[in-house]
Design a protein around this ligand. Structure first.
Ligand code: SF4
Length: 330
């Protein structure tokens, strides 16, 4: 075990100073991912800055009718929050589809969004992995990659992003607030995570030392019908083989607002903009939904062992959109 310094920050400013943007510094939330990676020897921090005592554990209604969710809010608390359950049901459904009750009790909102891939090669320091150690190669590409990406992957990395919550937030047009030494900025959740390209070691656009302080859910999608569905290998808990979050609202029988995002298919939540463009303003018949989802997934590039993900994702998305188009369950 490599010794490390531990700092319990009392304020965001204190946390930023303790971290200092140094490569060996890490922020600690619930620890459900980082501590595992430390035990595996994948993460070997010099300084851990504990954020769990910061005043970032509230869900507040904003003046414009949206929600501001502190990044320290535990996954269980967020899933159960009445305003989340009623206004953004896909968020609750995504959280409850992720992890176990015990993990949700400790895992934080910010940590959930910033968790690392569960690619087995990334988690084993004895294996080649461009994400863990740039330039060593990608063990998964010609190895075990049944769980890996079918969209947006590169020659350097084929990993998927594991968060369910991020997929629902992407469909609901949420933003995140990032605070760094230079001030505060907001980034759409759809732009938070990167595709791997030639730099798979960079999961997100978060700058060194920045803290994800809040998630902002907008008033525009509050109360719109939304749902999340996930396919996984076992019922107890597992990461998504494929998942989908959808928001669909109609006016006069035509689609007034639609959003579709996939999980388990790419290095980031995959917002299905082609499908959305095809559906917007149309009558959401089963045929229209099928054509839109097929057009989106036509760009998939499955690997040797994960072609099954394409029809799986197609069926999840079609089921979700058709159910939303049919209206509330009676
Ligand atoms: Fe590493 Fe990405 Fe390849 Fe997995 S898929 S071994 S994370 S480079």
């Amino acid at each position: 075990m490599k010794p490390f310094a531990y700092v319990r920050a009392g304020s965001v400013t204190e946390a930023l100073t303790a971290h200092g943007g140094r490569p060996g510094s890490r922020y600690l939330g619930g620890g459900t991912n980082l501590v595992d990676l430390m035990k595996l020897g994948v993460e070997r921090p010099e300084t851990l800055v504990d954020l769990t005592r910061l005043p970032l554990d509230d869900v507040e209604e904003t003046a414009d009718g949206g929600l501001r969710i502190g990044s320290g809010v535990r996954n269980s608390d967020l899933a159960a929050h009445p305003l989340v359950r009623t206004r953004y049901p896909a968020v609750t459904q995504a959280l409850l589809a992720g992890a176990s009750g015990q993990l949700r009790n400790i895992a934080t909102t910010g940590g959930n969004l910033l968790q690392r891939t569960r690619c087995a090669y990334f988690q084993d320091p004895a294996k080649p992995c461009n994400k863990r150690e740039p330039g060593t190669g990608c063990g998964a590409r010609d190895g075990i990659h049944r769980d890996h990406a079918v969209l947006g992957h590169s020659a350097h990395c084929i990993a998927t992003h594991p968060s369910d919550l991020a997929v629902a937030l992407a469909a609901l047009d949420a933003h995140v607030e990032l605070q760094g030494p230079g001030g505060i900025r907001t980034v759409p959740v759809t732009g938070l995570h990167r595709l791997p390209d030639a730099e798979p070691q960079r999961d997100t656009v978060v700058a060194p030392g920045e803290i994800l302080t809040a998630v902002l859910l907008p008033p525009e999608t509050a109360g719109l019908p939304s749902r999340y569905r996930k396919a996984r290998d076992r019922a107890s808990y597992a990461f998504a083989l494929a998942s989908a979050a959808a928001v669909l609202d109609t006016d006069g029988g035509r689609v007034r607002h639609v959003a579709l995002a996939f999980g388990g298919l790419a290095h980031r939540p995959w917002r299905a903009t082609t499908a959305e463009e095809l559906l917007l303003g149309t009558e959401p018949t089963e045929d229209a939904v099928r054509r839109a989802v097929d057009a989106e997934l036509a760009r998939a590039e499955p690997l040797r062992d994960n072609a099954f993900k394409v029809p799986l994702a197609r069926n999840l998305a079609r089921d979700l959109l058709n159910a939303l188009a049919a209206g509330p369950r009676t």
